[in-house]
Design a protein around this ligand. Structure first.
Ligand SMILES: N=C(N)NCCCC[C@H](N)C(=O)O
Ligand SMILES: O=C(O)CCC(=O)C(=O)O
Ligand SMILES: [Fe+2]
Length: 323
């Protein structure tokens, strides 16, 4: 990020969504205004609130309610869907099992990944092969989450059209071979209250864009600005928090950076948060877009330059678990 931001901008994406299937969307004044806001937010903070997103409020809230219901269950019940490497790292992980920068995170979670056919990506895909492990209780867990994932996927594709325009490209830069068959990750996370400890250590996210849906009334997510200050991102009911991830940093040649963030739940209340991660195609080779090669952001020092998304994901996932 290029500045010492103190707060996170709010973007109403509804004018973008209204025109997102029109190839001439880039000429629409409403779209242009959203694109300008996206460009500024991605350059300056790498984080922004998204309102006017069209995900029904009932489902937006329901997924958090059923997450609370699941985490309230006895430990033995949750262990029925235990995450293992043999299950493609899908399922439930207990408090302290996920590791960030060598330290256990004070969180429990269910990890879900897009399912794909065995052998589809050869050795590159092998570690992530498996079926998602859904709890049977609460009974509507799987159907609600799947409906939610589909809506998050559509929304992310449309925000990426706006970001493609913001980078000076066609709306479709992130479709086809790059992200026309997008991989996705959903983490359903619970953070116990009064831990005064790190719920999730400082990190960046791996793919293109994250959409975070967090509990109302608890401020725990923090984003690091240019001078290293941690800026709190309080919940804004009904809105997502969206952030730039590692693959978008590479595609944009560092014009947009994946911003470091962490979670500290100091409140006495148990907090849930559901980050949905919108990624490239699993086997995409990610390199700076031609339209970005002639310019670069302020922080090119940490630029990776080139990556195969699936390799990046697998190396991160293996590091996250000492199992
Ligand atoms: N799929 C994504 N992006 N997950 C983000 C998890 C960040 C924490 C993880 N332990 C880490 O150190 O990366
Ligand atoms: O708990 C949150 O709100 C965010 C968690 C997060 O950053 C992550 O899992 O990547
Ligand atoms: Fe994150």
């Amino acid at each position: 990020m290029a500045i010492d931001f103190k707060s996170i901008p709010i973007i109403d994406v509804s004018p973008l969504l209204a025109k997102c299937d029109d190839p001439k969307m880039g000429e629409d004044p409403g779209v242009c205004r959203v694109v300008k806001q996206l460009d500024q937010a991605c350059r300056e903070a790498g984080f922004f609130y998204v309102k006017g997103h069209g995900v029904p409020e009932s489902l937006f809230n329901e997924v958090k309610i059923i997450a609370h219901e699941f985490f309230d269950l006895p430990y033995e019940e949750k262990l029925k869907i235990k995450l293992t490497p043999a299950a493609g790292y899908r399922g439930y992980q207990r408090i302290g099992e996920n590791i960030t920068q060598g330290k256990p995170d004070m969180q429990e979670a269910i990890d879900c990944y897009k399912e794909f056919n065995q052998g589809m990506y050869g050795a590159l895909g092998k570690p992530m092969e498996g079926c998602n492990q859904w709890p049977l209780n609460p009974p509507n867990f799987k159907s609600s989450m799947e409906e939610y994932i589909n809506l998050c996927t559509d929304l992310s594709r449309n925000i990426m059209r706006g970001i493609a325009l913001a980078l000076g490209g066609s709306p479709y830069e992130f479709e086809g071979e790059r992200a026309g068959d997008p991989f996705w990750v959903l983490r359903i996370i619970g953070y116990p209250g009064q831990e005064h400890d790190i719920g999730c250590g400082a990190h960046t996210d791996y793919g293109l864009l994250t959409l975070i849906n967090q509990d109302d009334n608890i401020t725990a997510l923090q984003v690091r600005n240019m001078s290293g200050e941690w800026i709190s991102v309080p919940p804004m009911p009904g809105s997502f928090i969206c952030n730039v991830c590692d693959m978008l940093q590479i595609f944009s040649n560092g014009v947009y950076e994946s911003t470091v963030h962490r979670v500290v739940n100091n409140s006495p209340k148990y907090r849930v948060s559901l980050p949905y991660f919108y990624e490239t195609n699993y086997d995409t080779v990610v390199e700076p877009l031609d339209i970005c090669r002639h310019r670069s952001g302020a922080g090119t020092a940490k630029l990776i330059g080139r990556a195969v998304y699936g390799e990046h994901l697998v190396s991160k996932v293996k590091n996250n678990f000492a199992i």
